[in-house]
Design a protein around this ligand. Structure first.
Ligand code: TRP
Length: 435
């Protein structure tokens, strides 16, 4: 199959605003129409539970976000559009990934670290008010992505670390249990504008400066009237630079329309007139969608049916894949005999360390894979004990720093990369654990 799988999740924790539309929804809907792309869009309602403990808000946000995506033109026949909590295989995969993820990796997640830093600064317990859900957020997100073997994940910059962690988890799992997962990549849309909000800062729920995408006409007009401008009077030329109003207009207008507004700024258009132009331009694009949106909000049965159909499509992939993963990790039908032979064969194929003394009187070690390929060649140590300690440290702490450590130890290993050496160490460590 030569098509690319693209997947993205939307946390159901709010009401979509113009910034979400311009920055995520509109480009995603456009991308979903490309050929040779298999798109997966889902409502990340398990993720929403991490932030919100008001059941009615979760439900309302799920309804609004589902209605928004359909109203914005997402075609549920063409893409797989589903609700995360309708796919119970995702929490199951979350557990499999949890068991191959270093706690240290999660300690370094930005969102968790930010909470800890805040607590520390306030002289509180570092983990005060931090749920295990927040801590586990990256694992759940990795399960979302890996379940469908997505190649590309369109996300904002703040999510790049999560995608990198998903890659790490995929690699750890693959390494232990065979090549099951594609390593996903973050897709960052450089060309898409971030929209300024009412106060000129980035439009964001956390700044409370948003314009809801489907605010009724009158409310939209009122909100636009509240966009911050400077105090230049009608007739005075105005700056497009730094003008939130201008930037928002540009995100909706054709290049010709933008040129015309630029000219109007230079000619001293009154702020009230510019706001009227902006209102009309946005409403022209939004009004037809708003109608669909309102009708869907009033017919939750239609949305529910769409999501159920989406879940069936998603599970047609997730259920058999999970069966395969269960088998891979050893959750198996007892009637299928595990062959001890295979276990032995796997053991025999382990990489190994060799220690030796050179004619310079120093003690060295090298790491080789089962086929004898050199993965790591150490520098000299004064005593065999020093060398052995280094070897033990390498096997026992395979973590984020290991690659750098190997690079620093490496004197020569012409035929292997540090990643291969890390993978071999992990294999040795796993084998030790099982003894
Ligand atoms: N964490 C994402 C956000 O806050 C939402 C999300 C959950 C997601 N699971 C995902 C995005 C999987 C992409 C892929 O924006």
């Amino acid at each position: 199959m030569s098509s690319i799988r693209v997947l993205t999740g939307i946390t159901t924790s709010g009401t979509p605003h113009l910034g979400n539309y311009v920055g995520a929804i509109r480009p995603a809907v456009a991308a979903s129409r490309a050929s040779r792309v298999e798109s997966f869009y889902f409502l990340a309602d398990y993720h929403a539970l991490i932030k919100i403990d008001e059941p009615a808000r979760i439900q309302r946000s799920t309804l609004e976000i589902a209605a928004t995506w359909i109203a914005a033109g997402l075609d549920p026949e063409r893409v797989t559009f589903y609700r995360q909590s309708d796919v119970p295989e995702i929490p199951e995969l979350t557990w499999f990934l949890t068991c191959v993820t270093g706690k240290g990796l999660l300690n370094r997640a930005h969102a968790y670290k930010a909470s800890v830093d805040k607590n520390t600064a306030a002289s509180l317990d570092p983990d005060a008010d931090v749920t295990a859900g927040l801590f586990m957020y990256p694992v759940l997100m990795a399960a979302d992505i890996l379940m469908f073997n997505a190649h590309q994940v369109p996300v904002g910059r703040d999510q790049i670390q999560h995608i990198e962690m998903a890659r790490d988890m995929a690699a750890s799992f693959n390494h232990r249990y065979g090549e099951h997962f594609v390593l996903p990549e973050a897709l960052i849309e450089e060309s898409v504008a971030t929209l300024p909000g009412l106060d000129g800062r980035k439009m964001s729920k956390s700044y409370d400066n948003t314009i809801p995408l489907f605010a009724p006409r009158e409310q939209l007009k009122k909100l636009i009237a509240g966009i911050k401008t400077d105090s230049r009077a009608p007739g005075e030329p105005k700056d497009t630079e730094g003008s939130a109003l201008f930037q928002i207009y540009q995100a909706f207008a054709t290049p010709e329309e933008t040129v015309a507004l630029r000219q109007a700024y230079a000619d001293g258009i009154a702020w009230g007139d510019a706001k009227q132009m902006l209102f009309e331009r946005i409403d022209r694009e939004i009004a037809p969608m708003r109608e669909t949106y309102e009708s869907l909000i009033n017919h939750p049965d239609k949305l529910e049916a769409m999501l159920q159909a989406g879940a069936a499509k998603a599970r047609a992939i997730a259920t058999p894949f999970t069966a395969k993963l269960r088998h891979a990790v050893g959750l198996r039908d007892l009637r299928a005999q595990a062959t001890q032979k295979n276990v032995k064969a796997a053991k025999a194929a382990l990489p190994s360390f060799k220690q030796y003394r050179e004619s310079d009187g120093q003690f060295y070690f090298k790491l080789m894979d089962a086929q004898g390929k050199l993965l790591l060649q150490s520098a000299g140590y004064a005593s065999p004990k020093d060398a052995a300690q280094q070897i033990n440290a390498l096997i026992q702490n395979v973590n984020e720093q290991t690659e750098a450590l190997i690079k620093s130890l490496q004197t020569s290993a012409p035929d292997a990369t540090p990643q291969e050496a890390v993978a071999a160490l992990q294999q040795l460590r796993d084998a030790k654990k099982k003894d």
